[in-house]
Design a protein around this ligand. Structure first.
Ligand code: PEP
Length: 254
């Protein structure tokens, strides 16, 4: 059975003390009430990964990760962090190609393909984000856009490497807007992506691929989304900033 993963992307939010308090509460909630229902991945600002990895080390269902990394291994790249640095701080997952990185930092599919390689070279798991804008959906070009993002970002990988990849479908029009894709819209895209992977690789690779949905996921819409056959968890932004709302999303997977 493929892995179910609920990841919380804090973006550029929370002080160090606020972050520690949140995870201290969250780890107890997840432990006491929902242990084992899904892998929980905490993705704080990179500065906090080390401390949070240590804090959650005894919780087998909680991991940590980073919001981005460089495609380079090391060197004179001021301000950047490498996949190896994330790993050395205990991180296991790295988000690659979040729509905010694509939009504000000019990250292209070709560049992201190199970042994916950098993550896999450290035996970490990339969470590769894809998603169409509102204009693309309204213009009915979303399947073409998604196909290009998936193929240019990932299809240079071997089947073996694909086993470490997580894909997050995040329609840009649903991120931070309070507008969620309907379960039907999300399921349609997830099935489309899984089929692309099946055509490129094989049925086993496609069946084992975790595809998360992201875009205004909350406790009250999570259970319906998670009941869809191709939705294997969520990448959560706003609702990950409070322990209760995030734990309730984890509970919805149970
Ligand atoms: C995100 O940024 O990945 C995201 C899904 O945000 P939100 O849940 O706030 O829409």
């Amino acid at each position: 059975m493929r892995k179910k993963i609920i990841a919380g992307n804090w973006k550029m939010n929370k002080s160090y003390d606020e972050g520690m308090a949140l995870v201290s509460e969250l780890s107890n909630m997840v432990k006491d009430e929902y242990h084992g229902s899904a892998q929980v991945v905490i993705i704080p600002p990179a500065l906090y990964i080390n401390a949070l990895s240590r804090m959650t080390a005894d919780f087998s269902n909680i991991s940590t990760g980073a919001q981005n990394c460089s495609n380079h291994v090391s060197g004179a790249y001021t301000g950047e962090i490498s996949a190896a640095m994330v790993k050395s701080c205990g991180g296991k997952y790295i988000i690659i190609g979040h729509s905010e990185r694509r939009q504000y930092f000019g990250e292209t599919n070709d560049w992201l393909a190199k970042k994916i390689d950098a993550v896999l070279a450290e035996n970490l798991n990339p969470i590769y984000c894809v998603g169409e804008t509102l204009e693309e959906r309204e213009g009915n070009t979303h399947f073409e856009v998604l196909k290009t993002q998936v193929s240019e970002g990932l299809f240079h990988l071997s089947a073996e490497q694909m086993a470490s990849v997580v894909i997050a479908y995040e329609p840009v029009w649903a991120i931070g807007t309070g507008k969620t894709a309907s379960t039907q819209q999300a399921q349609e895209v997830h099935a489309f992506i899984r089929n692309l992977v099946k055509e490129k690789y094989n049925e086993t690779v496609a069946d084992n691929l975790t595809i998360q949905y992201g875009g205004s996921v909350k406790a009250d819409n999570a259970a319906e989304l998670f009941a869809a056959p191709d939705i294997d968890g969520a990448l959560v932004g706003g609702a990950a900033l409070q322990s209760r709302s995030f734990a309730d999303i984890v509970k919805a997977m149970a």
